[in-house]
Design a protein around this ligand. Structure first.
Ligand code: CU
Length: 467
């Protein structure tokens, strides 16, 4: 496996950088470093209790070693270069070579020891979000422990008491460190059959994160509170997010955690799902109902499950339309309905590169050959079988296929729709429009007096509102 091969490479790099002997590191597991932003195959457990591993979208699971019955992991907090989409790299902070960090998978009842080495320029700590653990292991710097100074390694030890969906992130200079991409997923699998936890064929997970990276630059601005321009799943943006490839009639679980500054209504097309778990654990079966959108609030985890029984390429995305766009500025005039072709000619005399846009909507943007600054990504993009998807950010596709082999996670290309099952153009005659002026006649039969002057209400302060 890829990560296995990287095991030695990563260790060698780390040791050379730290300048310490192999002997001095003998007490810690060698850190495993991941160089690829692609979705890695599930890590089949080769020691400890057995379980069905998860697949981290554009991510990976951290290998461990067993030492006297304890599962030992080594996390390295460090600056990383994350490819957020082909052609767009960000200078983030993360763990073991990537942002987000590797997923940690354990089994309920496992004794866990996590070595955390701090290679950041400032102190850090790790909080194990949602876990039951001794107070001194909760990771809030200043409250539960002193912060881990730059260059030092701290050890966290606890038993994974509750099965479920969790995450980890710093609890020291949180604003900066989470804005820079420091976070990771944690899954505790059930030890024995749990009546509220069903077996599934595919189990995906990812974290929601948001960045403010000016087009042409590389480093997120940590002071941003609301005006983020890069909305990502596991620090990837569409079309850089891998698709979720499943077999027809697979039972599918998707686990989502939110470490952004706003909520994200996560929406799946073509199927209905139930919320089967939160960071508080599995939801009781009697409390579940069907949804097609799950709102994941800030600091929450949601785990959804469905039967993938409709073949096709199904959109899966955040339903806030601004979150399915890339590198977006919000300080733009509304030009819908304005024909400014004449004006554009005049402006072009002064600014030869000037381009009129937006008067017919924004879809034109996907056709524009507008020069982009280096290291950014178009706002609306992504080629599909029928043209541009005009999407970005928090968007990908669930691919349900009859011929997807079990345990195969390959993308099989675009769905071939059976003949006669696609929306088509009406080519017949178009009847004249009939206007209905008497809707709700019986109750609302009065003639509405028309105001002589149209009143426009403007709320105070809306001018300053950027979004
Ligand atoms: Cu969103």
């Amino acid at each position: 496996m890829n990560t296995r091969r990287k095991f030695l490479t990563g260790a060698a790099v780390t040791m050379a950088a730290a300048g310490v002997s192999r002997h001095a590191l003998a007490g810690l597991p060698e850190p495993v470093i991941q160089n690829s932003p692609n979705t890695q195959k599930p890590l089949i457990p080769n020691s400890g209790r057995d379980y069905n591993p998860v697949v981290t979208l554009n991510g990976w699971t951290l290998p461990w070693r067993m030492k006297n019955g304890v599962k030992e992991f080594h996390l390295v907090a460090e600056p990383v270069v994350r490819e957020m989409a082909p052609g767009f790299k960000a200078h983030l902070w993360g763990y073991n070579g990537q942002s987000p960090g590797p997923t940690i998978e354990v089994v309920e009842g496992d004794k866990v020891r996590i070595f955390v080495t701090n290679k950041l320029p400032e102190h850090t700590s790790v909080h194990w979000h949602g876990q039951r653990l001794p107070n001194g292991m909760d990771g809030v710097a200043g409250l539960n422990q002193p912060a881990i100074p730059s260059g030092k390694t701290f050890v966290y030890e606890f038993t994974a008491r509750r099965p479920g969906t969790f995450m980890y992130h710093p609890h020291a200079d949180e604003m900066t460190q989470m804005a820079m991409g420091m976070m990771g997923f944690w899954v505790t699998h059930p030890k024995v059959k749990n009546p509220d936890i069903d077996e599934v064929n595919r189990d995906f997970c990812f974290l929601l994160s948001a960045y403010d990276i000016d087009p042409g630059s590389f480093t997120p601005k940590p002071a941003t509170m609301l005006d983020f321009n890069i909305w990502s799943w596991n620090s990837r943006v569409f079309p850089g997010i891998d698709t979720l490839n499943v077999r027809l009639n697979d039972k599918v679980r998707i686990r989502v955690g939110n470490l952004t500054m706003t909520n994200h209504p996560i929406h799946l097309h073509g199927h209905e799902f139930q919320i089967t778990g939160t960071d508080g654990g599995p939801t009781p079966k009697a409390s579940r109902w069907y949804e097609v959108t799950a709102d994941v609030a800030v600091g929450q985890m949601r785990q959804i499950e469905f039967l993938a029984d409709e073949e096709g390429d199904w959109a899966f995305h955040c339903h806030k339309s601004h979150h399915t766009m890339n590198a977006m500025g919000h300080d733009m005039a509304n030009l819908i309905g304005v024909d400014h072709r004449g004006l554009a000619g005049k402006i072009k005399k002064i600014i030869p590169d000037y381009m009129a846009m937006g008067e017919r909507g924004m879809a034109d943007m996907t056709e524009m050959e507008m020069p982009l600054p280096v290291n950014t990504i178009p706002m609306m993009t992504g080629d599909g079988p029928y043209g541009s998807l005009e999407m970005g950010g928090m968007f990908t596709v669930l691919k349900v296929r009859k011929d997807q082999a079990p345990n195969d996670y390959k993308n099989s290309g675009w769905f071939k729709q059976p003949a006669g099952t696609r929306a088509y153009e009406w080519k017949g005659a178009m009847p004249a429009a009939k206007r209905s002026n008497n809707a709700g006649e019986s109750a609302m039969n009065r003639v509405q007096p028309k105001p002589e002057v149209e009143v426009q209400v403007k709320k105070p302060g809306t001018n300053n509102h950027k979004h």
